[in-house]
Design a protein around this ligand. Structure first.
Ligand code: IVH
Length: 680
């Protein structure tokens, strides 16, 4: 039987080990165990915590935030579900809402309503017990969200303890609200990000979600997040509030921020008037709203009406009409979809609509192209309603240029260059013509996944964190529809997927970024051209030296290369002469693909020497020193062993120095480094 004391001791040891490795990983950037080993330690720690209630976890790394490694956000169970709101698009819908409720109550009364903005932010639930904020969680699926207490605690506006005023508060309550960012703060931050070449955020909501779902609270702490509290979930005393309005007033007294735009009225007509006023005011508000919420004020009536499975019956969100804008069609292209069907897409001059920049709109099918009679260079009216995909409403005919041509479908598939067949659908519901390659060799959907799998593999672009499962998800969710799309992924895209936490997302992005500077031969191999394996790619890369020359190479030239026979030469020629492939390569170059030409390694005093680097080196970045050594023919390794020839030791070299001494390995001190490199 293991005693409590032994467990405490084991726990303390584990805790110290993890803190030590955390420090090495995050602060010194010099881990000496693998991620897997670290994860194992972490798992052991969590197991101990789970199985032994007596353990004091207050300073546990499992709770720690701020540059410290966490595995992922933990689940957050809601006391009462976080529901959605029903939508109303017209005044008719609002009248129906009232009628439904009157029928349900079997009464004919005037409801008093609350009219308030529907904040376009991130929903949050704050759990207070005896006035103290204990936990905070996101909405998730309504029942279970994610624990983001560490980030919520960085928002100065959210009180850790409620003001004790003359009114007491319920012993327990879940305060529901919306975290958002003010528009001027958002645009300042985005400008700054742009200046520093960081990814900008598409809209304020994404920015907030990206801040709140981080493991590292120092990120949220730097961002001026705000909150409006608007409702309540579980509350220990159900009769604590008589009206919605009174509840908000109490929130305010306790120090919980509420919107200034909330108004009470006596009937639906007045509510309609308040909706109009707030709609007019919308563009003057310093935060984004995506509708106006109308709520029955009386809590007793709210209770009587109750909820449907999805939303409360006593509230409704009046949505804004679709936003309309104008843009110009730059080109119309055809995209291969998951089922092998080609979809026409209008590539637009970027235009801002409802807070997001729109640069393309689907045209669905050829029927739609004919119906709208869209042509390249046409000016078009675009509409976007809420989160719905933007649509082209009509062509602005009076702005049409003379001589514009109608759009015909391509003859060959843009992804595989195979002939396209025209399939006339006889499904009355679809009533549309479908373009398809009907060709099993077209890398429509599943082939595309295979292409990606090969592209990211170890000998190819060597992108960490992109296994088969992740690739499937990226492709299925259409986050990645072409190779260049891989390099357009951003942190939000990745964090939006289950199983990704901040660290794994960052790792993937770093890995993608690094891969843009890979060797020419790896890239050639990564393209997955039939018959072109890694060795042939090396030969090709030594022969042609840069990617650009591949565009002008002919069949006969390929045959000159060691190892390249007639089939391989034909495949290479076909690949590089295809317009769609050229487009992909051009896009990749635009995204920063910068391939390293083959190193023509000269014989040097370091040829084939195995070298390990440790400690801080103020004159060199570790990467540049590594490159320099490799260019001299050395192999740079991370782990010290008997096979190591030299250890380059910078400042604070740590345990590797003593190990090298034990193994009798030559140690190059920092002051000797230049001499060592130059063989002086
Ligand atoms: S009341 C669902 N009031 O909208 C019942 N919700 O579509 C309680 N939201 O997840 C919600 N502003 O986070 C309410 N003034 C407001 C709101 C609001 C934004 C969010 C809320 C909810 C979503 C429902």
């Amino acid at each position: 039987m293991v005693s409590k004391k032994d467990i405490q001791k084991e726990y303390k040891n584990l805790k110290e080990k993890i803190k030590f490795h955390n420090e090495k990983y995050h602060s010194q950037d010099d881990p000496d165990i693998t991620d897997q080993e670290f994860d194992l330690l972490f798992k052991q720690l969590k197991e101990l915590e789970k199985n032994n209630a007596f353990i004091d976890t207050t300073d546990s790394p499992s709770r720690m935030v701020g540059g410290k490694k966490l595995s992922e956000l933990t689940p957050f169970e809601h006391g009462l579900p976080m529901l959605s709101l029903d939508n109303a698009f017209s005044s008719e819908d609002l009248k129906d809402f009232e009628k439904r409720n009157l029928n349900k109550l079997k009464e004919n009364i005037d409801f008093s309503y609350l009219v308030e903005p529907k904040i376009d932010g991130v929903a949050i639930s704050l759990f207070y017990e005896n006035g103290n904020l204990l936990r905070a969680g996101t909405r998730g699926d309504g029942f279970v969200g994610e624990d983001v207490t560490h980030n919520v605690l960085t928002i100065p506006e959210i009180p850790m303890t409620l003001n004790r005023t003359s009114i007491d508060f319920p012993k327990k309550m879940e305060v529901r609200g919306e975290i958002f960012i003010e528009l001027n703060d958002f645009s300042l931050i985005n400008k700054d990000f742009k200046k520093n070449n960081k990814k900008v955020f598409a809209n304020p909501r994404n920015f907030v979600a990206g801040s709140i779902r981080q493991l590292d609270s120092s990120i949220a702490a730097k961002r001026p997040l705000k909150i409006f509290c608007h409702s309540i979930g579980l509350v220990s005393d159900r009769n604590f509030f008589e009206t919605q309005d009174e509840m908000l007033k109490k929130f305010n007294k306790w120090g919980l921020p509420i919107s200034k735009e909330v108004n009470v009225c006596n009937n639906l007509d007045e509510a309609a008037g308040l909706i109009d006023l707030l709609t007019e005011k919308r563009n003057k508000l310093n935060y984004e709203i995506d509708g106006i919420v109308v709520k029955i004020n009386s809590k007793a009536i709210q209770e009587k009406l109750g909820n449907s499975s999805r939303s409360p019956r006593w509230a409704i969100a009046k949505k804004f009409p679709a936003e309309e804008g104008e843009s110009r069609i730059l080109s119309i292209s055809f995209q291969m979809g998951r089922t092998g069907v080609l979809t026409p897409v209008a590539n637009l001059e970027p235009v801002k609509l409802g807070g997001v920049t729109i640069s393309n709109a689907t045209l669905h099918n050829m029927d739609e192209v004919k119906r709208l009679d869209v042509r390249e260079n046409d000016y078009v009216k675009i509409i976007r309603a809420g989160d719905v995909i933007p649509k082209i409403k009509e062509v602005v005919l009076k702005k049409r240029e003379d001589g514009s041509k109608t759009i015909s479908p391509p003859n060959t598939c843009p992804t595989c260059d195979n002939t396209i067949s025209f399939f006339e659908s006889n499904t009355p519901l679809l009533n549309t013509d479908v373009l398809t390659t009907n060709n099993k060799n077209c890398y429509g959907f599943s082939q595309f996944k295979e292409t990606l799998k090969h592209f990211v593999s170890r000998n190819a672009m060597d992108i960490d964190g992109l296994g088969q499962k992740t690739i499937d998800i990226f492709v299925d969710k259409e986050l990645v529809t072409s190779l260049p799309d891989l390099y357009r992924l951003n942190e939000e895209d990745i964090l939006s997927l289950e199983g990704f936490a901040e660290k794994s997302a960052d790792k993937l992005l770093d890995s993608l970024n690094e891969s843009l500077n890979t060797d020419l031969h790896r890239f050639i191999y990564a393209l997955g051209i039939k018959e072109i394996g890694i060795e042939t790619s090396k030969n090709l890369s030594k022969y042609f030296e840069n990617l650009e020359s591949f565009f002008s190479i002919k069949y006969e030239d390929y045959l000159e290369v060691n190892d390249v026979g007639e089939v391989a030469a034909a495949n290479l020629e076909n690949f590089f002469k295809s317009d769609s492939n050229k487009k992909i390569l051009e896009e990749l170059l635009k995204l920063g693909l910068d391939l390293k030409p083959p190193i023509q390694v000269k014989e040097s005093h370091l040829t084939s020497k195995v070298i390990v680097i440790t400690g801080k080196l103020s004159n060199y970045s570790r990467e540049s020193l590594k490159l320099k050594l490799e260019n001299l023919g050395a192999k740079v390794s991370n782990s010290l062993s008997k096979k190591t020839d030299y250890l380059i030791a910078g400042e604070d070299p740590g345990s590797k120095l003593s190990k090298a001494k034990q193994l009798n390995i030559d140690i190059i001190g920092y002051s000797d480094l230049d001499g060592f490199l130059n063989n002086l």
